[in-house]
Design a protein around this ligand. Structure first.
Ligand code: NAD
Ligand code: TYD
Length: 352
């Protein structure tokens, strides 16, 4: 059997592919355009492994997607490919509309055509698994209950609006055409291979380079953090046992203010790689806030826990320690992703 994964060279996709092939011998066909965020180096340990077939290409390319489905006859498609960085969606929303909305539409139509030609048995077994975010639900006030699957959609950024649109398309393809879909809406992930434009890896690499640690606004915005392999295990659980047409919220019950995340990273670095110049927290610098910055996200994960028995394996303390250690152990990976286009983004976003 085979699964088709999109965006499997990105942060979560590559962790998912590595985790999948560590647990089973089921082949993975990995379709990824290798945007700035895609990195084949994440998958270097799979070189020469016949269970992994990498295809460089765009999810909007219907001819290519049709060909991959016909050739590999996957029993499931797990869709990670997206433009994923909120700040980039503010400075350039076009790519988000194209990949996140048109790309999902292209995959749904290709899947519908492929699925309708399958035998009754294969048709019943097929799954289109859409990987989405808690950001579609909007922003919570301090004492609001965490996001349940019934929460209204109130996306506030071009990124979250494009993901909300893709969620609606997935829902409609199930409701109208009967395509067997599953959607997971997960909270903020962290862990190895996280591109250092996002909060946690940016703080680690900047601290190690003695650069300022830019905290937006007052730093009191809250996110709900989940270690990336726990997201991978949740997707496997939903793919195996999730009810068709349902949405499952995935999170680790771990709400933290951004400033506390940054201080935790600094304290771990003080312990693991002390800087003779002084504690890393001296580098914390408050900068102008993100426009439309959502104040708080929190996931109510009771449905996936109750129905599928899923639980995260890592606590925040264990996951963040592993993450900081991974970046300390992989300076070459960091140096390579920081070359070229990365520098242009950093100077555009943070100035000199
Ligand atoms: P990422 O930006 O690290 O990776 C995205 C991958 O998609 C890259 O490998 C990129 O090359 C590929 N890609 C982009 N456009 C493509 C296209 N047109 N065709 C084919 N491939 C394309 O993103 P990530 O953080 O790994 O997120 C993966 C998915 O999980 C996204 O759908 C995102 O919305 C969702 N998600 C992310 C988080 C998070 O905290 N990072 C949380 C919840 C949900
Ligand atoms: P990010 O990692 O971009 O994820 P998201 O916006 O999808 O939640 O940001 C996490 C939080 O950290 C968010 O509230 C914005 C904040 N942040 C900073 O304070 N400074 C930074 O340089 C970055 C990239 C993010």
């Amino acid at each position: 059997m085979t699964i088709l994964v999109t965006g499997g060279a990105g942060f979560i996709g590559s962790n998912f592919v590595l985790d999948w092939l560590a647990q089973s011998d089921e082949k993975v066909v990995n379709l990824d355009v290798l945007s700035y965020a895609g990195n084949l180096e994440n998958l270097a340990s799979l070189q020469g492994d016949a269970r992994h077939v990498f295809v460089q290409g765009d999810i909007c390319d219907r001819t290519l997607v049709d060909r991959l489905l016909a050739e590999h006859q996957p029993r499931a498609l797990v869709h990670f490919a997206a433009e994923s960085h909120v700040d980039r969606s503010i400075s350039g929303p076009g790519a988000f509309m194209r990949t996140n909305i048109e790309g999902t539409y292209s995959l749904l139509e290709a899947s519908r055509q492929y699925w309708s030609g399958l035998s009754d048995e294969a048709k019943a077994a097929f799954r289109f698994h859409h990987v989405s975010t808690d950001e579609v639900y909007g922003s919570l006030a301090p004492h609001d209950p965490a996001f349940a699957e019934t929460k209204t959609y109130e996306p506030n950024s071009p990124y979250s609006a494009s993901k909300a649109a893709s969620d609606h398309l997935v829902r409609a393809w199930h409701h109208t055409y009967g395509l067997p879909v599953l959607t997971t809406n997960c909270s903020n992930n962290y862990g190895p291979y996280h591109f250092p434009e996002k909060l946690i890896p940016l703080m680690i690499v900047n601290a190690l380079a003695g650069k300022p640690l830019p905290v937006y606004g007052d730093g009191q915005q809250i996110r709900d953090w989940l270690y990336v392999t726990d997201h991978a295990s949740a997707i496997r659980a939903v793919l195996d046992g999730g009810r068709v047409g349902e949405t499952y919220n995935i999170g680790g019950w771990n709400e933290m203010a951004n400033i506390d995340i940054v201080k935790t990273v600094c304290a771990l670095l003080d312990e693991l790689r002390p800087d003779p110049a002084g504690p890393y927290s001296r580098l914390i610098t408050y900068v102008k806030d993100r426009p439309g910055h959502d104040r708080r996200y929190a996931i109510d994960a009771r449905k996936v826990e109750r129905e599928l028995g899923w639980r995260p394996a890592e606590t925040f303390a264990s996951g963040i320690r592993k993450t900081v250690q991974w970046y300390l152990d992989h300076p070459d990976w960091v140096a390579r992703v920081q070359s070229g286009a990365y520098r242009d983004w950093v100077s555009q976003q943070y100035g000199a």
